[in-house]
Structures are given as structure tokens and as C-alpha cells.
Design a protein around this ligand. Structure first.
Ligand SMILES: [Zn+2]
Ligand SMILES: [Zn+2]
Ligand SMILES: [Zn+2]
Length: 283
């Protein structure tokens, strides 16, 4: 696919990240690792929100996943535009949604930059409830009388069965977010779960064997719709991945450096712009 002619002079593709990695490896970039309100929180003067450490500055949770020629983002929150600029993302093939909460969908309108630059439509994936919600939240995108310049998106309704985005095989993992059934995703040896408060044994079985597990840990005290740090560590202990990363973090969890020092050796607090590589096909 060629970029739109008029844009070629202003945007230069750099395939550096792709060429640096083995084709079968996944590259994952944490675009955001914060809870719904972000960190720092507007008008908060707590030590975390006042920290000068860049690892204490968290956009709303989202990741970029690359494998071979395929690039997608999981979720597209209110910080999407700045996340794309920060990472100099040249192109995406798809947006895959975990669920319909604002902090995971609010940036959808900005996907249209990729429509303009590459002169192509973008596929979006999510369960029927999520797609209905997106239609309601962004009616102008899907109306028959859509206006010129609106995002050009193709809806792909998925259920709890494996699906593919180009050559990337993705397996949904159904988790509970309080009473809402939402999706995490397993891609090869990598599993991404955010906004979970419970995972059934059947779904945990689908995660087993994953080398790298990302899971949400909101804060130290319990919360009705998110795992606490202790609960997240409990899931990690059950799944036994080689490496685990915690995400969807609130300012209540504490200073990054201090929390990191308290964690088991194979568990890391994720932070914005962290890049990891996950090797090998699913066993
Ligand atoms: Zn969230
Ligand atoms: Zn704060
Ligand atoms: Zn949520």
C-alpha cells in the first residue's frame, strides 16, 4: 500500500523497528499504562502526581503490537493521537478493542490520520456489544450520510473464538470487569489483559504457557472492577509466565521505583514507551 501522493513529502516511513526484529517475534510497545483518569491526575498534588520520573507519567492504557508486516493497537483511548506521535507510528492495520469504556475508545476519531496518509480504511475489532457502543458513541462515523473527512473504519465483530488480523493470529481471553464481560488477547506467547477483576478457570487455561503476561494492577486496596496489586500477583503466580508486566495503574499504587523494588524478580511495572520483544510461536 502506498501513501497518498500529497503526503509523501511530509511523512517518511521508517521500518527500522520491523527490520531489527526477527519476523516471527512480536514487538510490543506500551503506549499507555495508566488507569482511566491517567497519571498525573488533573489537580492532584500527591507524590506520584508530582514525581519527576517519566515512569510515573502514564497515558491511558493501550499497546501497539507488531509482527512481520502486521501492526495493530489494542485499545484507542483519549491519548491515542499523542501516543502515535510519540512512537512515530507510521501505519496501523487495525484497532482491537478490549471493551467500550471511554479510556479505551475515546481516541477513535484520530485513526482517520491513517486513512488520509495511506488512503485506506482501517479495520476495527471487538465483540458485538463493544461495536454497538462505538456506533452509538461515534454515530457520524457510521451514518449513511457520513460527512467528508470522517474516519473510514470497517467493523469486524468477534466473539470468544480465535481470529486473524492479516497474518497475526489472536485468541480472545474472556475476563470479568466487575459485571462486564470483556476481552484480553493472547498472541503467540504474549497475553494482554487489562481492566479485569476476575478470570474463570476455563479462560486461565487459555493463558497458560504464555511467556509474557501483561495484567492490570490498579492499586494496593481492592476495587470492584480492577485487580489490586495483590490479586494481580496471585494471577501471575497461577499462570507462571516467564515475565509479567503490570498495567492500568493509578496514582494510588505508589512511586514507580518504589513499587518496582517490592515486586518479585520476574514481575515489572510497565511504563509508557517501554518496548518488549516476545519470541517464538505459541507452543
Ligand atoms: Zn480502563
Ligand atoms: Zn495523585
Ligand atoms: Zn474499563
Amino acid at each position: 500500500m502506498k501513501k497518498a501522493q500529497s503526503q509523501i513529502a511530509t511523512a517518511k516511513p521508517s521500518e527500522k523497528l520491523n527490520t531489527e526484529m526477527t519476523r516471527s517475534n512480536l514487538e510490543v510497545v506500551f503506549l499507555g499504562t495508566g488507569t482511566s483518569i491517567g497519571v498525573p491526575v488533573i489537580a492532584c498534588d500527591c507524590p506520584v502526581c508530582c514525581s519527576q520520573d517519566m515512569k510515573d507519567k502514564r497515558f491511558r492504557s493501550s499497546i501497539l503490537v507488531r509482527k512481520g508486516e502486521t501492526t495493530l493497537v489494542i485499545d484507542c483511548g483519549p491519548d491515542f493521537r499523542f501516543q502515535m506521535l510519540k512512537q512515530k507510528v507510521e501505519n496501523i492495520d487495525a484497532v482491537v478493542f478490549t471493551h467500550e469504556h471511554r479510556d479505551h475508545i475515546a481516541g477513535l476519531d484520530d485513526v482517520r490520520a491513517f486513512n488520509y496518509i495511506w488512503n485506506k480504511r482501517i479495520n476495527i475489532y471487538g465483540c458485538k456489544r463493544v461495536m454497538d457502543s462505538i456506533r452509538n458513541e461515534f454515530p457520524y462515523i457510521f451514518n449513511e450520510t457520513r460527512f467528508f473527512g470522517a474516519p473510514q473504519l470497517d467493523i469486524n465483530v468477534i466473539d470468544n473464538k480465535p481470529f486473524e488480523v492479516k497474518d497475526m493470529a489472536i485468541e480472545p481471553i474472556e475476563v470479568m470487569h466487575n459485571k462486564l464481560c470483556i476481552f484480553g488477547y493472547r498472541i503467540d506467547n504474549f497475553t494482554y489483559i487489562t481492566d479485569a477483576s476476575a478470570i474463570s478457570e476455563t479462560e486461565k487455561a487459555k493463558i497458560k504457557g504464555t511467556k509474557t503476561l501483561v495484567i492490570n494492577a490498579l492499586r494496593n486496596s481492592k476495587h470492584v472492577s480492577h485487580f489490586s496489586l495483590k490479586q494481580a500477583l496471585g494471577v501471575i503466580d497461577e499462570i507462571q509466565p516467564q515475565t509479567a508486566y503490570l498495567t492500568h495503574i493509578s496514582h494510588f499504587l505508589g512511586i514507580h521505583e518504589e513499587v518496582q523494588a517490592s515486586l518479585p524478580a520476574n514481575v515489572h511495572l510497565a511504563y509508557d514507551n517501554l518496548k518488549i520483544e516476545v519470541g517464538g510461536e505459541k507452543a
